[in-house]
Write a new protein. Structure first.
Length: 192
């Protein structure tokens, strides 16, 4: 029964991960090719939340659903803060107000995600803290850097800065996932 539940959870979170990747890819397309910023933000935030939540659900040894939700919330919050910062680059005062609202709301949501992810793993507070930094923050920042790199490369034409952002995003994303997986795997081994 335990093996069946584990397999079911793995398939569910793998599906969420794949759907998140597809949604994120569509958001990048809307942002870069179509230049529909407002619509793209919805898809980028949703895709990042699903992608990070799916990964968290796969690598978490306990409370998979709760952990996945809170890690997805962290990714969503980091993208919301990024959208808010983007609004601050516009010249319209109304866009600045949107930016401040997004940044404030994103910080509150990020704090909820961080506390929730740590509380969801009561038997492993230290591992949860490290995983929050590795997967919740670093990997999510990697997604943001990758999105910025795609935008710089395709829309702005700043190749040097784009390649730096793409490289940084890739390192943060893969490094965050790998280190969080190692942390969670070590925790799972210690429990046996």
């Amino acid at each position: 029964m335990q093996h069946t539940t584990h397999t079911t959870h793995f398939k569910l979170f793998l599906a969420i991960l794949v759907v998140g990747f597809l949604i994120l890819t569509f958001g990048v397309f809307l942002l870069t090719a179509m230049q529909y910023h407002e619509r793209a933000y919805v898809f980028l935030c949703t895709g990042a939340a699903c992608l990070i939540g799916g990964i968290a659900g796969i690598i978490a040894p306990q409370s998979k659903v709760k952990v996945a939700i809170f890690y997805g919330v962290m990714a969503l919050a980091i993208l919301i803060v990024t959208v808010g910062m983007n609004y601050l680059t516009y010249h319209n005062l109304q866009d600045h107000q949107r930016g401040y609202i997004c940044i404030a709301g994103g910080i509150v949501v990020l704090l909820v995600g961080i506390v929730g992810a740590i509380v969801a793993q009561p038997m492993a507070r230290w591992a949860a803290c490290f995983s929050v930094i590795e997967l919740g923050i670093a990997a999510s920042i990697g997604i943001v850097a990758f999105i910025i790199g795609c935008h710089l490369l395709t829309v702005e034409g700043y190749q040097h800065q784009a390649y730096m952002a793409l490289g940084l995003g890739t390192v943060c994303f893969i490094g965050g996932i790998a280190s969080a997986a190692l942390t969670q795997n070590k925790l799972a081994i210690q429990r046996r």
